[in-house]
Write a protein that binds this ligand. Structure first.
Ligand code: G3P
Length: 214
């Protein structure tokens, strides 16, 4: 499974890259706003650091505005993937952009039917939000299982990008289900590394080694 970092923070991205854990990046307007820097400049910095897809989201909700933004974003770097919301106008934009060869990540997906439609329109990735589904008492991972099954049934090339990941179990379950990508905050990447028995074991090894040294 590919690991993407869900962040626009350059320090976090650099640390993830140093660990060899970053296959790509996803951003959204909320994450970009947190950085307080110009959108294009952030994307240029990310593309310089990461050798993989970098999702950048449009903010227009109309077909023509989305297409205009998508063209402008796509020209920043060949690795840019344009993020389009799963709405009526968005579907039209996905269809058009995929015909032009521009990669699209369809965001704000909350059901298998939305994912199926996005795939039919030509999406490169669909982003179902598992954490936000869990927040409203709908098991997010059930939707991932449905989407993986549907895409396998019909041999769609569209990749399942599990988004809104909140904890390590989301990542493990996504991997068990065969999802293509998990995009996670840096905090979850750190949590995935940790195990209390690793810390206890290391402390014991070092303590025993000290005894030999004296
Ligand atoms: O980028 C989309 C998604 O990953 C957002 O996650 O935690 O804001 O629900 P979250």
């Amino acid at each position: 499974m590919k690991f993407f970092l869900d962040t626009a923070n350059i320090d976090e991205i650099r640390q993830g890259v140093e660990m060899g854990m970053v296959d790509g990046i996803t951003t959204n307007p909320s994450l970009v706003a947190k950085e307080g820097r110009e959108f294009r400049a952030i994307l240029e910095d990310i593309c310089e650091l990461v050798d993989g897809p970098v999702s950048a989201e449009v903010v227009s909700t109309q077909f023509s505005g989305m297409i205009q933004e998508a063209h402008s974003l796509a020209e920043i770097h060949e690795n840019i993937v344009v993020k389009i919301p799963m709405i009526f106008e968005g579907l039209k934009a996905i269809h058009q952009l995929s015909k032009e060869g521009i990669k699209v990540n369809v965001t704000l997906i909350f059901s298998a039917s939305q994912a199926l439609m996005a795939a039919k329109a030509g999406a490169t990735y669909v982003s179902p939000f598992v954490g936000r589904l869990d927040d409203v008492s709908h098991p997010g991972m059930d939707v991932i299982q449905q989407i993986v099954t549907i895409f396998d049934n019909y041999d769609f090339n569209t990749q399942v990008l599990v988004a809104s990941i909140r904890h390590p179990l989301h990542v493990v379950e996504a991997a068990m289900m065969g999802a293509d990508v998990g995009t996670m905050p840096f905090k979850v990447l750190e949590q995935l590394i940790k195990h209390p028995l690793t810390d206890v074991g290391l402390a014991r090894f070092l303590k025993d080694w000290e005894k030999l040294a004296v």
